[in-house]
Design a protein around this ligand. Structure first.
Ligand SMILES: NC(=O)c1ccc[n+]([C@@H]2O[C@H](COP(=O)([O-])OP(=O)(O)OC[C@H]3O[C@@H](n4cnc5c(N)ncnc54)[C@H](O)[C@@H]3O)[C@@H](O)[C@H]2O)c1
Length: 349
């Protein structure tokens, strides 16, 4: 039996509780939130026996095997270090930290403590993504030349997810002081991982970030300045020489939550569109006569999601990916995006 604690009991923690409860021989023994009443409600919803408002107390009393860290972005580093210090395995939400320095500190601490460390880049749970990464790395579409990746949401321009400025869970996402790195840190982090998982590391990039007027007659709510970025566009060059564009926005009307990746190589192309399917990808390759290239839709074999991979890693002692180091590398890209936007220059990674 693996004894698991949930840290941070806001919106996303519900997905963690639901997924972990589906796994055999995993028991959620306690949950903790600095807002005790939120933790109590969460415990009631998910049938969790113990509730805490203090992380240290929970860890010392419950002595869990693992913690899933679903706190706000700004709390990931300190809370994870607190968990790792006690040699407890940790699955941390993305972004791993709010800057690369902290992220690499977390990598070093986890390595030293020899604990399983993973990051919830949840879209790695798409079996289409897993298969496409394998196909591209195997060389089925030849050498990569050109890449296009996007992650589009629309909660600032439509009410897909309710009225954003009335939801505390959306407000901190708009405020730098609350530790948010805006759209780039929130969903840009996913698409950077998604793209590099398939196409490999980036060697340089150029980025523009934008924070727009929200059209609600104020730029401050409950003391929170709405100053974090809402949209970004970046031009990247991969270590393998290919180039690509990557962008995301909270203003993409008509797209509640859309991720798409297209990779074009010398011998073909692949496309994943999670709006269409999590389990199918499109491929245009493999014909002898290139004039006859046609897109085909292919079903990918089933693969485990991150929650299952995390538990499997604890059981086998073999740390699966994406681990803290994967996420710290993505954090290097995010920091480079901010630097590029600040200086107007191309940044070498
Ligand atoms: N992987 C994904 O697809 C995905 C999706 C949504 C959110 N997220 C990430 O999950 C995390 C939580 O997002 P959310 O939407 O649930 O936010 P939320 O604001 O709804 O919940 C965060 C909770 O953390 C609590 N908290 C803050 N600091 C804490 C601390 N030091 N100790 C204990 N609790 C603390 C807050 O009180 C709140 O209840 C964020 O990092 C977010 O980026 C990931």
């Amino acid at each position: 039996m693996i004894r698991l604690c949930v840290l941070g009991t806001g919106g996303m923690a519900n997905a963690h509780a639901r997924e972990f409860k589906k796994i055999k021989d995993v028991k959620i023994v306690a949950c903790c939130d600095i807002r005790r009443e939120a933790a109590a409600k969460f415990a009631e919803t998910h049938g969790i026996p113990a509730v805490y408002a203090d992380l240290g107390k929970m860890l010392d009393k419950e002595k869990p095997d693992a913690v899933t860290n679903v706190t706000i972005d700004a709390a990931h580093c300190l809370t994870s270090l607190e968990i790792i210090k006690r040699k407890i395995h940790v699955l941390c939400e993305k972004p791993l930290a709010t800057n690369a320095g902290d992220a690499w500190k977390m990598v070093a601490a986890a390595k030293k403590a020899r604990v399983i460390n993973m990051v919830n880049f949840s879209y790695r749970g798409s079996c289409a993504l897993q298969k496409v990464s394998e196909i591209v790395r195997k060389g089925t579409i030849g050498e990569i030349r050109h890449v296009e990746a996007s992650y589009l949401q629309s909660w600032l321009s439509s009410a897909d997810w309710g009225i954003w400025h009335k939801k505390p869970g959306m407000l901190w996402r708009c405020c730098k002081k609350a530790g948010s790195k805006g759209d780039l840190g929130d969903i840009g982090v996913h698409i950077f991982d998604f793209m590099t998982f398939v196409c490999g590391d980036i060697r340089k990039l150029d980025c523009r970030l934008k924070t727009f007027d929200k059209g609600i007659g104020t730029d401050k709510i409950n003391g929170m300045k709405l100053d974090a970025n809402d949209s970004f566009c970046a031009l990247v060059e991969f270590k393998n020489g290919a180039i690509g564009t990557i962008h995301s926005s909270r203003w993409a009307t008509g797209h509640a939550n859309s991720l798409r990746l297209r990779v074009f190589g010398t011998e073909g192309a692949v496309c994943i569109d999670l709006d269409k399917s999590w389990g199918e990808y499109e491929i245009c390759a493999g014909e002898k006569d290139k004039t006859a290239f046609k897109w085909k839709t292919v079903k990918a074999p089933k693969t485990p999601n991150i929650y299952q991979r995390f538990i499997r890693s604890i059981r086998t002692g073999k740390n699966d990916l994406p681990d803290f180091a994967t996420a710290a590398k993505v954090q290097d890209y995010l920091d480079s995006c901010f630097k590029s936007d600040d200086t107007g220059k191309t940044i070498k990674i």
